[in-house]
Design a protein around this ligand. Structure first.
Ligand SMILES: Cc1cc2nc3c(=O)[nH]c(=O)nc-3n(C[C@H](O)[C@H](O)[C@H](O)COP(=O)(O)OP(=O)(O)OC[C@H]3O[C@@H](n4cnc5c(N)ncnc54)[C@H](O)[C@@H]3O)c2cc1C
Length: 499
């Protein structure tokens, strides 16, 4: 039986990111993926949030995405655009880029890191014991792994086989998405009717001054609500035609579909992100309405939270309990995503009462403080892991500052390219012996004279020293002489090595 330290079921955005993170940490991780390539039937995600761009920047790969997408103020809440151009980050914007391109770029990075992908086969089941997991594949083979991570999407067989509950809410709405030819020209743009929102666009478009400008040729992309949510059959051209006639009175002569798909606002979240040697990430752990564009972004960031922790446990540096911090930190993040998507779906319902509520929310979001708070939530820049009381940086993303070091200027995110933790001392050199952790944690004396500012929070006191985790979140803030530092290093990066 072929052995890997970690098997990842599913090579969508989450599985690819996790494979990259584990490979960077030197872990033998393999993906099992049903699809032959990263091509997708349908568009799915249309972009990256500011925090996901930062996460890619932390690994030195943000430029690959920025070179192919279009920078725009894409963060929004319930139809109100949230401008983040005043946020203290190098990436004070989102990026419009279709999911298939995001996946292709990620797959290229994973290939460079030489993480294997078993393609055109499925994980059909598994059996876990005290020492590992036998992962059964559709071609009759089995793989042996220490851990199995289900990144296999909303219908996750890993979650179901592990018997992990997926509580939540059934769909209250359902819409068809399609790319088709038409015999009549439909009215391009977004329309609101008593049935809900429908839209017509061209496959080919540009973003000019932050606005979508369609190129007037090529196939038409349609979004149209269905009368009844909850259908489990595959959508067809007939379903599309019927939905269009119900909403628009005509189907514009739709024919020759390239693809037809359906999305709903079903909102469910795994009760546990870990059961023994089985872990869940991405859509396997949480599904919700695509409104606000948060699914892919949340999945990629799940992977970045989990990767370094799983690597340390596999290497024997940290106890298995470190994996429990993955659920503790990421479950609340996706719970908030479910909550904000459910609120946005409610605010999108047809009717004058809902319109009044939507208008009032829009008015609130014109005010600076609510705008900043919601923009921090929707862009992912406001994520705060509860690591206890302390400095405002604790549990928040480390800003990408321009440090001055004895070797010259250095950006903080450059320090994270290899996904290793860093202890940055910004006070006088000396005062702490890093030697017992030097094999795992990089130590750096640096200077920074500028303001310390966090999105939606504003200026915070300059710290004397910060311990930055591989995922870019601050694990400890203080002075190198404080006794808590050795404890924080042990908690996050394992006990000191024997002298
Ligand atoms: C219409 C629509 C619009 C969206 N817009 C946005 C957006 O703008 N922004 C955003 O962030 N998100 C958006 N999303 C959500 C986003 O598409 C998902 O959250 C994202 O794809 C989740 O990534 P994932 O890797 O967790 O799961 P998936 O992308 O579902 O990947 C799972 C992978 O596992 C494979 N697989 C499944 N079962 C098995 C098995 N048993 N064995 C082997 N392989 C298996 C699948 O082939 C697939 O490649 C949108 C979704 C929809 C439907």
């Amino acid at each position: 039986m072929i052995e890997h330290a970690v098997v990842i079921a599913g090579g969508g955005p989450t599985g690819l990111m996790l494979a990259g993170e584990l490979a960077l940490a030197g872990i033998d991780a393999a993906i099992v993926e049903r699809r032959a390539t990263q091509e997708l039937a349908g568009p799915r995600a249309g972009g990256l949030s500011a925090r996901t761009i930062e996460v890619f920047d932390q690994r030195g790969i943000a430029d690959r995405f920025l070179a192919e997408g279009q920078v725009a103020q894409i963060a929004g809440f319930a139809w109100t655009r949230l401008d983040i151009s005043d946020f203290p980050t190098r990436h004070n914007y989102g990026l419009a880029l279709w999911q298939k391109h995001i996946e292709r770029i990620l797959a290229g990075w994973v290939a460079e890191l030489a993480a294997p992908i078993y393609r055109e086969r499925e994980v059909t089941g598994f059996a876990q014991d005290d020492m590992g997991v036998d992962v059964h594949l559709s071609d009759g083979q089995s793989l042996r792994a220490q851990y199995l991570v289900g990144c296999d999407g909303g219908r996750s067989i890993i979650r179901k086989t592990a018997g992990i509950d997926f509580p939540g809410w059934d769909p209250t709405m359902s819409s068809l998405l399609a790319e088709v030819e038409t015999t009549e020209e439909p009215p391009l743009g977004i329309h609101r009717t008593p049935f809900g929102i429908h839209s017509f666009g061209r496959k080919n478009y540009e973003i000019r001054d932050g606005e979508v400008v369609y190129i007037h040729e090529g196939p038409v992309r349609i979004m149209v609500p269905e009368e009844r949510p909850g259908s489990t059959t595959e959508p067809t051209l007939r379903h599309l035609s019927e939905a269009l006639i119900a909403v628009c009175g005509t189907d514009y002569g739709v024919h020759s579909p390239t693809w037809i798909s359906r999305f709903t606002d079903m909102s469910r979240q795994a009760a546990a992100y870990r059961k023994g040697r089985i872990l869940l990430a991405g859509d396997a752990a949480h599904v919700h309405s695509p409104i606000g564009g948060q699914g892919l972004n949340t999945g990629v960031q799940d992977a970045v939270n989990l990767g370094w922790k799983l690597a340390q446990v596999v290497k024997g540096i940290s106890p298995e309990s470190l994996l429990d911090t993955y659920h503790a930190e990421r479950h609340p993040v996706a719970a908030r995503v479910l909550r904000n998507t459910m609120a946005q779906v409610a605010l999108h319902r047809p009717g004058e009462h809902t319109k009044a509520a939507r208008d009032i929310v829009a008015e609130l979001l014109q005010m600076d403080e609510p705008r900043k708070r919601f923009a921090a939530m929707m862009s992912g820049l406001g994520i705060h892991y509860d690591l206890g009381e302390g400095h405002p940086l604790l549990g928040r993303r480390m800003p990408d500052l321009d440090l001055v070091t004895s070797d010259g200027p250095l950006r903080v995110f450059t320090l994270l390219h290899k996904a290793r933790p860093v202890l940055v001392n910004l006070a006088e050199p000396g005062g702490f012996d890093i030697a017992p952790w030097a094999d795992r944690v990089r130590f750096l004396d640096a200077e920074y004279a500028g303001m310390w500012e966090l999105p939606a929070i504003g200026a915070v006191p300059a710290p004397a020293a910060v311990l930055i985790r591989p995922d870019g979140y601050v694990a400890w803030v203080g002075d190198l002489t404080e006794p808590g530092l050795a404890g924080a290093l042990t908690t996050w990066f394992g006990p000191p090595a024997a002298a």
